[in-house]
Design a protein around this ligand. Structure first.
Ligand SMILES: [Zn+2]
Length: 234
């Protein structure tokens, strides 16, 4: 009778442990859901900054390009007016320089345009992903919330049941058991396996085995500390 109450109590306690473990895992899941969104938001911010810098860069390069083009036109106009070969070849050198600068600037501008296009494309993808992820996260968080509420409710029920069952366990036995439980030593109550402890498999002296199997004694295993009982009385 006292054994049955203790077995019941342990079943309730193990259910409580299981529910508590489930409850403790929920904040981790909430954080995981938020982390994906945070990562995307960070990528979005970085890309927006990059696009802004590239646009500014592009405007500056276009300004320089215009200056170089005007410079080149000016030199080309001057070619018609030069009187000496020396002046003529000096102008040609200047024109070559301006052309080279123009070529470099045009390449840089094209590269910037490519980068802007690529980043803008990725930004559009991120927007879609963010919308989907936020929607999924909302659903996931709602489901975690309702799971949490269900677990709390079951825990309250089990705690209540525990109080009722615990009252039926003999005081001395309860104290030993509860010390094991608080040390998270589960299962704290194990059946005898042959003539060995059901937890650590250490063998008991024949006298102890007899007491457990014939008299229904609950024995504390000296090796591992758990309470040992006989499933079948002889
Ligand atoms: Zn043992």
């Amino acid at each position: 009778m006292k054994l049955a109450a203790l077995i019941d109590l342990q079943a309730v306690d193990m259910r409580i442990v299981e529910l508590s473990t489930q409850r403790d895992a929920l904040p981790v899941r909430r954080a995981e859901v938020a982390a994906e969104i945070t990562a995307l938001e960070r990528e979005k911010q970085q890309l927006e900054d990059a696009v802004e810098r590239a646009r500014l860069d592009r405007r500056n390069r276009e300004g320089e390009l215009e200056v170089q083009q005007r410079q080149r036109e000016k030199y080309e106009t001057q070619l018609n007016d030069v009187k000496t070969n020396v002046a003529y070849s000096a102008l040609l050198t200047e024109i070559q320089g301006a052309k080279r600068m123009i070529g470099e600037l045009e390449t840089e501008i094209l590269e910037l345009m490519d980068a802007i296009e690529r980043d803008t494309g990725r930004l559009a993808e991120i927007e879609v992903e963010l919308t989907e992820k936020r929607e999924a996260a909302r659903e996931e968080l709602e489901s975690i919330d309702s799971e949490s509420a269900a677990i709390e409710q079951q825990l309250a029920t089990e705690e209540h049941r525990r109080n009722l069952v615990a009252e039926k366990v003999e005081d001395r036995l309860y104290r030993v058991y509860d010390r094991l439980r608080r040390a998270q030593r589960f299962p704290a109550l194990v059946p005898l396996r042959g003539s060995a402890c059901g937890s650590c498999h250490g063998y008991f002296p024949p006298q102890v085995v007899r007491e457990v199997t014939h008299h229904g004694t609950i024995h504390t295993c000296e090796a591992c500390g758990v309470l040992v009982y006989a499933e079948h009385q002889e």
